[in-house]
Design a protein around this ligand. Structure first.
Ligand code: ATP
Length: 231
């Protein structure tokens, strides 16, 4: 599905990622872990095409997309939910969701029912302004907007950060449902060991811009987390 090979990426002269190799297989949920500032978001942005890599290749769905625009990647089925609930506060929930259709490859004009089934609260709040939703609901809206285009690969940048526990459980359930449907792969940034072992199939730990550990999530131990993630 996604294959990153010997990737180098950064901002201007400042190189953030070095020799990054990462794979997401079809239907897999992969968790990217690492301390603050090690380059996790930079990797997500590079996968989405918002930052051009300086070296290495990115293959998605069997095609080389190393130099493809973000728009082409989105239309090719990559959905991106950036950190910090990037919704439009002045637009209604429905208008926010309709914007997600822009990324749709097959010119869909309707919001799929499955999106409301996954997030019933959004159906209830369809006419409310995005800015009137709670932080957790805004995060749900942000994920729902990416799902509207029915992506094949969903990138989630710290979806659980700063969210109340009840909504964390709902979002976790959504990821579980996505996983069970086997229609989508997910790459998510997440710091919690409990969550990573419960939901992800595979994990990568990034440190100082390079992958320092990887494996099946079931083998992820407290010791490894302490070694690689403790501040
Ligand atoms: N637009 C930018 N221009 C220059 N440097 C940047 C920019 N964005 C991030 N950086 C730097 O790149 C490095 C990696 O940042 P990045 O946001 O990818 O880390 P992260 O692992 O996602 O951290 P966090 O968990 O805090 O979000 C940091 O040193 C950061 O200061």
């Amino acid at each position: 599905m996604l294959n990153i090979n010997d990737l180098e990426s950064g901002y201007g002269e400042s190189m953030i990622l070095r020799s990054v190799n990462l794979k997401v297989k079809p239907g897999q949920v992969v968790c990217l872990m690492g301390r603050n500032g090690v380059g996790k978001t930079t990797l997500m942005k590079t996968i989405m095409g918002l930052i051009k890599p300086k070296k290495g290749t990115l293959t998605y769905d069997g095609r080389d997309v190393t130099n493809a625009s973000p728009d082409r990647r989105a239309k090719g089925g990559v959905g991106y939910v950036p950190q910090g609930r990037d919704i439009f506060p002045q637009l209604t929930v429905e208008e926010n969701l309709l914007l997600g259709l822009e990324a749709s490859s097959n010119r869909k004009t309707n919001i799929p029912d499955t999106v409301y089934e996954m997030f019933p609260v959004l159906k209830e709040m369809i006419r409310r302004k995005g800015g009137d939703l709670s932080g957790g609901q805004q995060q749900q809206l942000s994920i729902a907007r990416a799902l509207v285009a029915e992506p094949k690969l969903l990138l989630l940048d710290e979806p659980m950060e700063g969210i109340q526990p009840s909504i964390v459980m709902e979002i976790e359930q959504v990821i579980e449902n996505i996983k069970a449907s086997k229609k989508m792969s997910v790459l998510l940034i997440e710091q919690s060991l409990t969550f990573a072992t419960r939901i992800a199939d595979y994990y990568y730990v990034l440190d100082k811009g390079t992958i320092v550990a990887e494996g099946n999530s079931s083998s992820l131990s407290e010791d490894q987390v302490k070694k690689h993630l403790a501040v």
